[in-house]
Design a protein around this ligand. Structure first.
Ligand code: ATP
Length: 345
């Protein structure tokens, strides 16, 4: 089968524009599954060949939608919105090819599995704290799942934890303290490292880096300390956008090593391993050491910065290479080599 026999499909949100633009640039057909309320946005872009409209994001798993994806011989690209609205069981049950390794998405969603994969990859990892009684020093308290940082707070002892957990419960963001995950707070500079691993070429590529612009935590520094103290402000890490980062060149070697180690470990723990795009998320501490606090086992929205390529992809490719286009290139390569099974699950 040739390139035009396949369609690259995704859900209308997160990084859909970049994904489908990249697919079109590589000569593939494109399909967007889109909620009705978002149609007017996506209709503006002529690189989207076909739009399948649904009432709700979760309808992507409906027979009607899966039927359309099958008819068009689609490869579905998972992203943050897909995994925010579907649980691991639902994703694993989708009966059409999903780009990358869908089994590893469960390891992203489950905090314990996530911690295990990071630790066994020999990354320096921000410690998780089992009980509020063990909080000593600064901690960040997170909601489970891809919450996009909403509702996260800082605690420094049991009392500060309980007070803020109660606030979230009052706001109906959690049902109780059991919905919270406590992690050691790492002081330094947050950075999100975007990688792509090809099971065909067996090469890892660093495609870019970003930091997030988060509300309201990134606004706190605009208020003098006196007002911060007296106003009793509530904080949150709600992602509003992304800011590009170019790493010091001396940090690049260890970035590649971390990516490689993560890929190698994932081959043993979650076969066939971390194929396709992924992101290591952490903080460079004051010694310049990267302490990982999370990973995403799929494309991250920070790659939207590099629709025209990044300072790293430009070193490898003589043409603009976004993460979306890199994914489409892998699909093309797999079609040529008759290896679609290797890049999908
Ligand atoms: P997503 O699922 O969209 O990737 P998330 O909900 O998992 O996001 P995180 O990436 O875990 O959220 O964290 C949100 C923000 O909180 C980060 O951008 C970073 O600023 C901060 N953060 C998270 N963990 C730590 C940590 N251990 N130490 C310091 N800051 C942290």
């Amino acid at each position: 089968m040739g390139t035009l026999d396949y369609t690259v499909a995704t859900l209308g949100s997160h990084c859909a524009l970049q994904l489908l633009k990249g697919a079109k640039d590589e000569g593939l057909r494109t399909l967007l599954v889109c909620e009705k309320k978002r149609l007017s946005l996506y209709k503006r872009f002529n690189f989207i060949d076909d739009i399948f409209s649904v009432d709700d994001t979760s309808d992507i798993a409906s027979d009607r939608c899966i039927g359309r994806l099958r008819e068009t011989n689609s490869i579905l690209i998972p992203h943050g919105t897909l995994i925010a609205y579907m649980n691991s069981d639902q994703i694993e049950r989708i009966n059409i090819p999903i780009f990358g390794n869908k089994w590893i998405l469960r390891w992203e969603a489950d905090r314990d599995l996530k911690q295990k994969l990071m630790e066994e990859s020999h990354l320096s990892v921000s410690k998780s704290i089992d009980s509020k009684n063990d909080i000593q020093g600064l901690c960040i308290v997170k909601l489970h799942g891809a919450a996009g940082g909403r509702g996260y707070f800082i605690a420094w002892n049991r009392e500060s934890f309980e007070r803020q957990a109660l606030r979230l419960k009052d706001q109906k963001m959690i049902s109780g303290e059991q919905d919270l995950f406590i992690q050691e707070y790492v002081l330094g500079v947050p950075a999100f490292l975007h990688f792509f691993y090809s099971p065909i070429t067996k090469e890892i590529e660093l495609m870019g880096a970003d930091r997030r612009y988060e509300s309201n935590v990134d606004g706190l520094g605009r208020i003098p300390a006196r007002e911060q103290l007296s106003a009793e402000l509530e904080m949150s890490y709600n992602v509003v956008g992304n800011i590009p980062i170019v790493l010091r060149e001396s940090l690049l070697l260890s970035a590649y090593e971390m990516g490689e180690s993560f890929v190698n470990t994932s081959k043993n723990l979650v076969p066939p391993g971390m194929n396709g795009p992924f992101c290591l998320e952490g903080v460079y501490d004051r010694e310049g050491k990267f302490v990982t606090f999370e990973f995403s086992a799929r494309i991250v929205a920070g790659t939207n910065l590099y629709v025209s390529g990044s300072p790293y992809s430009d070193l490898v490719y003589d043409e603009p290479m976004s993460m979306g286009r890199r994914i489409a290139r892998e699909v093309k390569l797999a079609i040529e080599k008759n290896m679609i099974d290797k890049i999908t699950s």
